[in-house]
Ligand binder design. Structure first.
Ligand code: DAH
Length: 339
């Protein structure tokens, strides 16, 4: 009996396996119910009593050795597996695709960056506003059509509360809270009760600009906007200011830039005028300064406001404003490196 045990011991020590199936075969051969180790346990009852102690110990040692050997072989495969299936763990990882910024954010950031170079800081105001900040303080007469239900989203319970129709409201908030000099831009979302079409939407974005100090002149406004237009549309861009009307500026103007597609010769985009309308602007009306408790004898200022969607449409040659809000990934991922 002890001889048989020794033979099995040697066999087991030398046993090799190169697949998990082979390990399983070894397990069956030695320690399954009919395996050779168990056979010896079955024969144990025939061992003479005086040898039982020694044989019993040898048998148990044999069984433990078999179990250890099988576990060791199994583990060696498990840790080997990753290499044997051809995975090279030293390879660089799969690149993770980053998202891209929304085109409106890209244009907004560009505008902030350009005015930042001229010393304009950034401020924001609430989207849900009161009549004072959206209209009254901005010198809108009580019957002005912009207050009409057609344009403005009112809150039913309280006609004093509106969704702001323009970011000019932030001018008022800033002037109420800050003493001149003030030089800041206010990007934000605005709301108008308008039918949605390729050209207009009921939700869109504007950037407002405000500069209030002693001796601010229309020449300062013009130079600031010329710099902005050249930085955004290219060095050769020209600007043109057309007289216009806004309640909160006097005098008021609308600014056109020379068409970036045809350079002013006339094309489809500029409807053969050579010019594209970009923003409204003017000198802050003294009444507006007064409403914000700023001394309108001492201080003057200029203001301007532009639509981010409109500029993005022109910069990227997009034909329909609705694309900006559909969140079609194929549309959105085209813009990251465009400006
Ligand atoms: N608030 C105007 C609008 O929504 C845009 C505008 C025009 C802003 C002239 C200004 C300005 O600050 O001076 O259309």
């Amino acid at each position: 009996m002890l001889d048989k045990i020794r033979v099995l011991h040697e066999e087991i020590e030398k046993a090799v396996a190169s697949t998990t199936e082979e390990v399983e075969a070894l397990r069956i051969k030695y320690i399954s119910k009919k395996g050779s180790v168990n056979q010896l346990f079955a024969e144990f009852k025939n061992v003479p009593n005086d040898q039982k102690k020694a044989v019993g110990k040898a048998l148990n040692d044999l069984k433990n050795s078999v179990l250890e050997k099988i576990n060791a072989l199994r583990e060696s495969f498990e840790s080997d597996d990753s290499e044997s299936d051809g995975t090279d763990l030293t390879m660089p990882g799969e690149p993770i695709k980053l998202g891209t910024r929304h085109p409106l954010s890209l244009v907004k950031n560009k505008i902030i960056e350009i005015f930042g170079r001229l010393g304009f800081t950034v401020a924001e105001g609430p989207e849900i506003e009161d009549d004072w900040h959206v209209f009254s303080a901005l010198n809108f007469p009580p019957e002005h059509p912009a207050r009409d239900m057609q344009d403005t989203f009112f809150i039913e319970q309280d006609p004093d509360i509106v969704l702001r129709t323009h970011t000019s409201s932030v001018q008022i908030r800033v002037m109420e809270q800050t003493k001149p000099p003030i030089r800041a831009i206010f990007p934000g979302r605005v709301f108008r009760n308008e039918a949605i079409s390729a050209r207009s939407h009921c939700i869109f974005h504007q950037v407002e600009g405000l500069y209030v100090d002693e001796n601010v002149s229309f020449a300062d406004l013009k130079q600031t906007l010329l710099y902005f237009a050249k930085e955004l549309f290219g060095e050769d861009t020209q600007i043109r200011l057309r007289p216009s009307y806004f309640p909160f500026t006097e005098p008021s103007a609308e600014m056109d830039v020379s068409c970036s597609i045809c350079g002013g010769k006339g094309c489809n985009l500029c409807k053969y005028t050579g010019w594209l309308e970009i923003l409204g602007c003017g000198m802050v009306d003294p009444n507006v300064l007064d409403a914000c408790n700023i001394d309108n004898q001492k201080y003057t200022g200029f203001a301007f406001g532009m639509g981010i969607e409109r500029i993005a449409l022109l910069l990227y040659g997009i034909k329909d404003i609705r694309y900006f809000f559909e969140n079609d990934i194929r549309f959105l991922k085209q813009f990251e490196s465009a400006i």
